[in-house]
Structures are given as structure tokens and as C-alpha cells.
Ligand binder design. Sequence first.
Ligand code: IDP
Ligand code: MG
Length: 143
Amino acid sequence: MVAVTTERSLVLVKPDGFRRGLTGEVIGRIESKGYTLVALDVFTPDRERLALHYAEHEGKPFYEPLVEFMSSGPVTGIVIEGQRCIEGFRALAGATDPTAALPGTIRGDLGRDWGEKVQQNIVHGSDSPESAAREIGIWFPGL
Ligand code: IDP
Ligand code: MG
């Protein structure tokens, strides 16, 4: 087997997850999967930080509702570590649309559609090594 070097990913428990008291559940799933927690902090993110984080979505119909939602309350930022943890956390999170996300995933088990312009889906996870490095720099510049 080819050795796979360890990597890091940026996870956010979004304001819906925080409000609903699901932060511990998300952290528990990350730990049960076997990934290591490298850093963890609670933020109430401002628009500037969110504009950087979600730059790829600027101009899309859900962009403004997304920034509004993400700044509506506390968010827990977590840097996780482990071989292939970027792909692995995306699998734990499930599909973007919580209605379609499979049972067994965070979004499939804990999320639902609330009829809003933005999907409230509990968690964010980086989608590539490049995104992870960029996003960790935005949320945890000291790492
Ligand atoms: P991801 O979080 O699964 O990576 P992205 O496409 O990066 O999904 O979108 C960022 C966030 O924007 C999603 O997690 C969700 O909250 C919201 N979102 C994405 N696509 C839509 C959409 O088509 N309608 C409403 N909200 C969306
Ligand atoms: Mg994304």
C-alpha cells in the first residue's frame, strides 16, 4: 500500500448546529472516526471573514442568504488531522442538500430543509487540500 501523508481540514459547525446544541455530536463523530483535533474555537464571524471563506460562491443566488445565515450566531471552527481527512470528513458530512443527504451522515441524520433561501446543513468541511490550506489560514492564521 502506498503511504498517504497526513492532511488537515477545516470544519465549521454552522450557526444552526450551534443553536441546536449539536456541536458535541459533530465533534464526537470526528473523534469516533479517528481524526485528531488540532484546534478548536468559537467565533461569531463578521461579513469580511465570511466573504473570504465563501469567495467562490459570490454572485450566486444563495450567497447573500448564506453570509446572513453564517453571521447569525456562533460558529465552532475545528481543524482536524489525519490521512485523507478532507475526503473522510466530506463523507461524514454527507450531501449539501440535507434532504438528499444519506442517513448515517451528519447532514442526513441531523439536518432538514427549513424552506429558507439557504440550506442550513449543520457543517462545513474543506473540499480539497488547496481549500483546506486557504480556509485554515482564514480561521486559524496562527497554525
Ligand atoms: P458544501 O458545503 O457541501 O461544500 P457548497 O456548494 O460549497 O456546499 O455551498 C456552500 C453552502 O451554501 C452549502 O453548505 C449550503 O449551506 C449553501 N448552498 C449551496 N448550494 C445551495 C443551493 O443550491 N441552495 C441553497 N443553499 C445552498
Ligand atoms: Mg463547499
